[in-house]
Write a protein that binds this ligand. Structure first.
Ligand code: KIV
Ligand code: ZN
Length: 515
């Protein structure tokens, strides 16, 4: 295969994915995801939007300083301050990229930018030139390209390539495109732009009509050689094209598409679980590739067929994306060395004190649960590291009574900045009573937007992983908690959300703040 047959996988879970309401992640969580993406052999990791806040800058910088095998990228609007901040954050990168963008559709130029097309071209050229002076690898995006005029796209893209952009991204920002039409757009740009051969053409599709993956693949057929995507399809509104679906479509239909990626697909499932655990966005059971039912055969006829010859009903093997790699890894007699080595295999690197804390929790869990799976270890690490973030509220003890014919009651003790406070409350169920008891101490006035419980593994001794989404004054946070007792997991998730609410800072949104 020639190098022109390779599709570059650009993952934007840490930037566009983080723009999903409530999906914000701590710097440590982003680094953990970045390491999982590097293990997957993603080509480019968009680590964030460096100018958004000091926390975002620090996350991009840490990832740039740590990751070696993937290019690390920061988003920047087409303005000097953004580009300088991105370059500063990427200084230590083995391979860094500045991704600068400006909107090109009539509706965005008129109402959002309040700029004339000529001014937009001028600003794009200035931005790419500035970025190229600070970084050899520059990507330029035409925001809302899907609704832009093709003549204008040809003009601005040609100018951006002349100014030094190596990658040109044609995003379908609002998920408006239809596959054959989007493919034709890419093909026409590649034919009409005289210097198109000097850049890699990229696509970035949103999923508002459920067509993000189909549109991206149509673009690949038309000649695009970079796809921007996210783990589990996370992203602004309905999300982005899902990395796992793009990669597996390219691998499974290599006969038709004739291209390949360098992704090590057997790490897909663990990356999906890591992102889901950290963000608290569960994966629906029927989700392609990574959903619990993706390789489950319910009907007897299908089961019979698969047992006789797997390919009768399966177009790819479960193992090829990491299913069944999940063995019973450890039990209560497993030692610290085995624990550390399994975390290493899962791509989780912990500092010594973190390892000690995680190992202590592992021993506690092993007392309650006979078999410990990889998913348990991932949840346990997420839980341990979550507890290390500053905790205003901490659960000291919880007692719930739930009896047929009686109103459920919760009694709990919280440490509030180290001072113990007790509360009790009744509720329609034990979880409701627990949340009311917590609120009687916290008085947060936040509204509960989402409460979800997922079993991490199979069996009734599984840990329950709970997500609680709270909203206050337009700020949304997702709290997570895991425990074999789902009421305790729920209390932990609620307190985690309250703690995040206290800690959360205002960040600039790249596509809302004006230039
Ligand atoms: O959707 C979009 O257009 C984006 C750009 C910033 C690339 O996320
Ligand atoms: Zn986007």
């Amino acid at each position: 295969m020639s190098s022109n047959d390779r599709v570059i996988i650009f993952d934007t879970t840490l930037r566009d994915g983080e723009q999903s309401p409530g999906a914000s992640m701590t710097g440590e969580e982003k680094l953990r995801i970045a390491k999982a993406l590097e293990r997957l052999r993603v080509d480019v990791i968009e680590a964030g939007f460096a100018i958004a806040s000091p926390g975002d800058f620090a996350a991009v910088k840490t990832i740039a300083d740590t990751i070696h095998d993937s290019t690390v990228c920061s988003l920047a609007r087409a303005v000097d301050a953004d580009i300088e901040r991105a370059a500063e954050a990427l200084k230590g990168a083995n391979s860094g990229r500045i991704h600068t963008f400006i909107a090109t559709s009539p509706i965005h130029m008129q109402y959002k930018l309040r700029m004339q097309p000529d001014q937009v071209v001028e600003q794009a050229v200035r931005a790419v030139t500035k970025a190229r002076n600070l970084c050899a690898d520059v990507e330029f995006s035409c925001e809302d390209a899907g609704r832009s005029d093709i003549d204008f796209l040809c003009r601005i893209v040609e100018a951006a390539i002349d100014a030094g952009a190596r990658t040109i991204n044609i995003p379908d920002t609002v998920g408006y495109a239809i596959p054959h039409q989007y493919g034709e757009l890419i093909a026409e740009l590649l034919t009409r732009i005289p210097n198109a051969d000097k850049a890699v053409f990229s696509v970035h599709c949103h999923n508002d009509l459920g067509l993000a993956v189909a549109n991206s693949l149509a673009a690949v057929v038309a000649g695009a050689r970079q796809v921007e995507c996210t783990i589990n399809g996370l992203g602004e509104r309905a999300g982005n094209a899902a990395l796992e679906e793009i990669v597996m479509a390219i691998k499974t239909r290599q006969d038709l598409l004739g291209v390949h990626t360098r992704i090590e697909t057997e790490h897909i499932l663990s990356a999906s679980r890591l992102v889901s655990g950290i963000t608290g966005f569960p994966v629906q059971p029927n989700k392609a590739i990574v959903g619990a039912n993706a390789f489950a055969h319910e009907s007897g006829i299908h089961q019979d067929g698969v047992l006789k010859h797997r390919e009768t009903y399966e177009i790819m093997s479960a193992q090829s994306v990491g299913w069944n790699a999940n063995k019973m890894v450890m039990g209560k007699h497993s030692g610290r060395a085995a624990f550390r080595s399994r975390l290493d295999e899962l791509g989780i690197a912990l500092a010594e004190d973190e390892l000690n804390a995680a190992f202590a929790r592992f021993k506690d869990l092993a007392d309650k649960k006979h078999e410990i799976f990889d998913e348990d270890l991932q949840a346990l690490v997420t839980d341990t590291l979550t507890e290390e973030t500053p905790e205003h509220y901490k659960l000291t003890s919880l007692e719930v009574t739930s009896k047929t014919g009686q109103v459920p009651q919760a009694r709990l003790m919280l440490a509030v900045d180290g001072h113990e406070q007790a509360a009790s409350a009744q509720g329609s169920g034990p979880v409701d009573a627990t949340f009311k008891a917590i609120e009687s101490i916290a008085g947060s006035q936040a509204t509960l937007q989402l409460y979800s419980v997922n079993a991490i593994t199979q069996g009734t001794d599984s840990q329950g992983e709970v997500t609680v989404r709270l909203e206050k004054g337009g700020r949304i946070v997702n709290g997570n908690g895991a425990d074999t007792d789902i009421v305790v997991a729920s209390a932990k998730a609620y307190l985690n959300a309250l703690n995040l609410m206290q800690a959360s800072v205002l960040r600039a949104h790249p596509q809302v703040e004006g230039i």
